[in-house]
Design a protein around this ligand. Sequence first.
Ligand code: BGC
Length: 417
Amino acid sequence: MTSIEFDLPEGFLWGAATSAYQTEGGNTGANWWYLETMPNSPFKDRSGQAVDSYHRYREDMRLLAEAGLDSYRFSIEWSRIEPRPGEFARAELDHYRSVIDTAFEFGLTPVVTLHHFTNPMWFFRGGGWAAPDAVDVFARYVTTVAPIVADVPWLCTINEPNVIALLAEMPARAAAAEQSAGALDSRPIAGLALPTPSDAVTVTLIRAHRRASDILHAATDAKVGWTVSGQGFEAEPGCEEVLAAVKWAWEDRYLEVARHDDFVGVQSYTTRRIGPSGPMAYTEAEKQTMTGWPYRPDALGLSIRNAWKACDGTPILVTENGIATADDRLRIAYTTGALQEVEAAVRDGIDVRGYLHWSALDNYEWGEWGPTFGLIAVDRESFERSPRPSLAWLGRRARAQRTSRFEANDALRLEFG
Ligand code: BGC
């Protein structure tokens, strides 16, 4: 039998993930484009042509498949599909259908996200998720996209609703900061100590997710779910009650929604300590990666176990996990630790269906280009892709796992006919 490093179930997905806005480039109709380009933008860098995956998706997928991975998560950019309210771009629908076909062609199981943070500018201007007709408007987009994702096996409605609801609080917080200190907080989102997610936006996102799930269930055979950002909260001594309250508002209420879903996407990067007044800012000593987060590969285990409990046994797909680092050996060490956590969770009876590494490629980290999460490095001038050793490393694990399962089944067939 081929030796395998991680003992994971048959059919386990081994892949990598990206999002449209962070990789495609030229998403001029999206609200983030506006936020990046407005005078006094709070963001350091612009996304620009990003890594041109809008044109180079074929090469991206070929590299993943050649390395041995078998799945790819990517998203559809709403602002491309619906550039004006109720007006749909046939050519863009065809484009994403080609992306899906390309995944199948390379033997990659597509995992498609319908909403990954960005909104069309017109939706944003109309109040975004706070607008009274937000759910209907989103449902119209989902209905239009449904035919092109009809044969996609895994669909994520909304990426990290808990982070969207938290970002919705940012303008109020920035205004308060401006009033008190006279300056807008210019750190990219990854480094901020964040406010509590907005309740009103959360309620709308839950309704939007349910409507989208109904539409997708009626139109496809896909497993449908949403993806939740696992916070890896840990209580300081004596702060267990604070932890319970914070964990519900930031994480568990979104996981509870997934109790009746086909799966829940777990996304995890790090941990955060909870003190007497809630989530604590990272100390200098804790800022160990390029995003200023602690190096905690075990965070994935915490998030998986928490999701399993809060969802009451909904199957889990790890839809994002990774590290922003310039040291690829550290990426491999981190991923090894994270996969050991997945393996331990599976051993304990938790139903984990796959692991999608964030990210396939270095990409636009919501306001900056500095942090590099990619299994593949990209030259931002020439767009040349250079796979890092971590890609081959992960691909080899995926192959070894599949081969060993195949050989084990073969042995059984030989023995029992
Ligand atoms: C998001 C990604 C992001 C990653 C690292 C997740 O919150 O879904 O878009 O790049 O974390 O910050």
